[in-house]
Structures are given as C-alpha cells and as structure tokens.
Design a binder for this molecule. Sequence first.
Ligand SMILES: [Cu+2]
Length: 109
Amino acid sequence: MKFALAITLTIFTLNTAYAKDSTQEISLQVTEKGFEPSEIKVKPGTHVLLKVTRKTEATCATQIQMKEKKIKKELPLNKEVAVDLGTLKNGDVRFACGMDMVSGHVVVE
Ligand SMILES: [Cu+2]
C-alpha cells in the first residue's frame, strides 16, 4: 500500500515537472504592419504564454482577442501584456484586434 502511494506521488511529480518544462513564452509585438510575428508555430501539448507589446499608436490593434479562447485584453502602448493560452492541442488558434481586422495565428502541429 505504501509502495503504491509512493508510485502515485512520483508520477504526479513528474507530470508537474513536464508541464512546467513545456511552457513556452512567446513575444509578440504590434507594429504598423500588424502583429509580428503573425504566425507562431508550437508543438501540441505546449502551454503557450504570449507576451504582447504594442509598439505604435498607428494601429487599430489596441486590443488583442482570441474568440475561441474567450480572451480579450487591452494593449496599452509599450506595456507588455501576458496572455495565457493554456495548453494547446492540434489546430489553429487565431488572434486579432478588437475589431477582428488585424490578425495572426498560432499553428499547433
Ligand atoms: Cu482593428
């Protein structure tokens, strides 16, 4: 019984360590050209944390939204905003400005 408990605890610890290791912080900037980069590639199972900084006033992207994740955040000028996307599965996660005009996406494959 004690042995089984020890194994369970070990597995739990390993999972936790794996989750931390697979977190990827990705810097994203908003410039006159839009989101840069506009395409981000990650492996399935990656926990993605976007660090978004708006670098210009000459853009309509003063917000970032990800409809399928129900995320919408203000992007103050020259201030890094963290956007936690959670752990991503295979597919495509689109992000866009508040009006859904300027956009980019995260490709998970
Ligand atoms: Cu816009």
